[in-house]
Design a protein around this ligand. Structure first.
Ligand code: ADP
Ligand code: MG
Length: 594
């Protein structure tokens, strides 16, 4: 407990070193990051990483870089010892990833670390063991040129830190995504990640970024990514990939920036990117990006953050605008801008929706705000004459929506219906989401989710991090009428789908589901189950842009009427918009004239 009369003292060195270590190494992935950066700084062409138990038991990074001379090995493990910086002016044009001389000391103080290294000119290698910050003696050993850092039992002496680690799946995913991103940033270097005896990632080192992109996002997504390549004043260069507007995520986690080969979390760059997408994406949706910015070293201060994750630019505005313009240019070059005309139907032409249906629709399936009843009710025009509509039905009022008489479908996205008090526009996707969700949850309640075996089981291979996410959720899927089993490294076999989702393409479904699962890392409790079920239904629901037959349209309306909460989708968005007779009369100037 804090005692106000305690005198000021210097912290014991083991305490202070652990405090500093906490800033540099907060989880296995941060240790991996430091070791990777050291290998890259040493000019390695091959980097092999091995982990056990998500890095808790073992992290080993072996490189073929220039190595550390035996005489400097002890120094390398000491705090504030670096070969990369001599005087303080050097801080303003740092060319290397490391410069503080803290990483090895920090890692050594919270683990059992073994450094083995050999420089080209030496006959043999040298080895040094550090345990909880205490260095042993340097020994002579046989070793290839390069450096291997072995980190065992990370945080064994900092139990508090151990407690804060997330599940193995999450920690492993952090390592995986870190290494994949570095592999993308250094496509000329060969990376190999071993998780136990399994190869989790391997790159060719042939400079081909697309291939690595596929390891990061999966083949389909990688194919869709747009390439960015721009320069300004021969001093600023931006390269990499951004997602087209049809490919989005519900969080910013897939926005990655490297500056001069260093992975940074830089808010100003994120907002420059988002600016480029401004008005092209729905609220709450974010692009995917992996962008590499190269600028003169003296233009950027990298010494402002403990893990070097944030930087400061000398000419912030210029860089912001350069990034924004470059990304926008790439987007406009590939993505047609929807034309908006106040006189005409405002939805995008159906043909574009149809095109989107060919691939996976990663975006939220309908565009909110295209119809604004308040501002312009005249755009609500039925596509078919009212006379063709089916006879008024005799159904009774149920479930919180009035009896609706189907008129037709417009924009291949909305159903138009007449109710007792005016016109209803129903978002077919949101409505179907609601219907599926309530049916699925009802079946779950009765412990009987019927599932339908596929004639030919489908085999799906996923990128490693997605495979991990799926593994963690297999139990959930199998309880909900999917039959999915592991079928080799990162590969799964889909044997059955819930009958409710009859006709869905199993591979597409699985890939789409995994994206959502990756965003959720909480354990499976009852409310999480409902949340996941809602996501599954969202993926399986008909999309905007899908033409429905008359029968399908009326079935959907009937089903919606039978729902307990028909007015919103399971995510809380409205399923329908109401245009009352009263409002119509006002708009047509009839009110008051009678
Ligand atoms: P920094 O990278 O900030 O200099 P580190 O604690 O990470 O600090 O490393 C200390 C020193 O050890 C480095 O400056 C470098 O000289 C040496 N070193 C560390 N890892 C390697 C490696 N993989 N290959 C060659 N030298 C290394
Ligand atoms: Mg370093």
């Amino acid at each position: 407990m804090y005692n106000p009369h305690m005198p000021i003292r210097l912290l014991a060195s083991d305490v202070s070193s652990q405090i500093a270590a906490g800033e540099v190494v907060e989880r296995p992935a941060s240790a991996v990051k430091e070791l990777l950066e050291n290998a890259l700084d040493a000019g390695a062409k091959n980097i092999s990483i091995s982990i056990l138990d998500a890095g808790r038991t073992l992290i080993e990074v072996a490189d073929d870089g220039h190595g550390i001379p035996a005489s400097e090995l002890e120094l390398a493990a000491a705090r504030h010892a670096t070969s990369k910086l001599v005087q303080s002016e050097d801080l303003f044009h740092i060319q290397t990833l490391g410069f503080r001389g803290e990483a090895l000391a920090s890692i050594g103080s919270v683990s059992r670390m073994t450094l083995t290294s050999r420089v080209e000119s030496a006959q043999t290698g040298a080895r040094l063991k550090v345990e909880g910050g205490i260095s042993g003696k340097v020994e002579q050993v046989g070793a290839p040129v390069g450096t291997t850092v072995r980190v065992e039992n990370l945080f064994y002496n900092v139990p508090a830190r151990l407690k804060f680690l997330k599940t193995d799946t999450t920690e492993k995913r952090a390592i995986d995504s870190l290494i994949t991103r570095y592999a993308l940033a250094y496509p000329q270097t060969r990376f190999k990640l071993m998780d136990g005896k399994q190869i989790a990632l391997q790159t060719a080192g042939d400079g081909d970024r697309r291939a690595i992109l596929a390891a990061l996002y999966g083949v389909e997504t990688a194919k869709q990514m747009l390439e960015v390549m721009a320069s300004e004043d021969s001093a600023l260069h931006l390269s990499g990939f951004v997602s087209p507007t049809s490919l989005t995520r519900s969080n910013r986690r897939e926005i990655t920036f490297f500056i001069n080969g260093r992975w940074v979390q830089e808010i100003s760059l994120n907002s420059a990117l988002l600016q480029a997408y401004h008005t092209l994406l729905m609220v709450g949706r974010y692009p995917l990006s992996v962008l590499f910015l190269e600028i003169p070293a003296e233009e950027v201060d990298v010494n402002v953050h403990p893990t070097k994750a944030e930087v400061r630019f000398k000419r912030q505005d210029q860089i912001f605008s350069f990034v924004q313009r470059s990304v926008k240019k790439a987007l406009l070059a590939y993505t047609p801008v929807p034309t908006v005309s106040p006189q005409l139907w405002r939805a995008r032409p159906p043909i574009e929706f149809t095109k989107r249906e060919v691939g996976i629709d990663w975006s939220i399936a309908h565009d909110e705000g295209l119809l604004s009843v308040e501002s312009d009710p005249l755009i609500v025009a039925p596509s078919e004459p009212v006379a063709e509509a089916p006879a008024p039905n005799q159904r009774s009022f149920s479930g919180g929506v009035p009896l609706l008489r189907l008129i037709g479908q417009i924009g291949a996205t909305y159903l138009v219906a007449e109710g007792p008090d005016g016109l209803y526009l129903i978002d077919q996707h949101a409505a179907h989401e609601r219907v599926l969700f309530e049916k699925l949850m009802a079946q779950r309640e009765n412990k009987s989710i019927p599932s339908q075996s596929l004639l030919a089981p489908e085999v799906v291979t996923l990128p490693p991090h997605s495979a991990q996410a799926l593994l963690a959720q297999l139990e959930f899927l199998n309880r909900f009428g999917f039959e999915v089993e592991e079928f080799g490294v990162n590969t799964f076999q889909v044997r059955a789908l819930p009958t409710l989702f009859n006709g869905a393409d199993p591979a597409t479904a699985l890939r789409a589901l995994v994206e959502d699962f990756e965003e959720d890392e909480s354990p499976l409790a009852a409310e999480v189950e409902a949340k996941l079920a809602a996501r599954v239904c969202k993926r399986m629901a008909v999309k905007g842009g899908q033409t429905l037959t008359k029968e399908e349209q009326s079935a959907l309306l009937l089903d919606l009427e039978a729902c307990q909460a028909p007015r919103t989708c399971p995510h809380g968005r409205p399923t329908m918009i109401h245009l009352s007779v009263d409002a119509l009369e006002k708009q047509f100037g009839r009110k008051g004239s009678r």
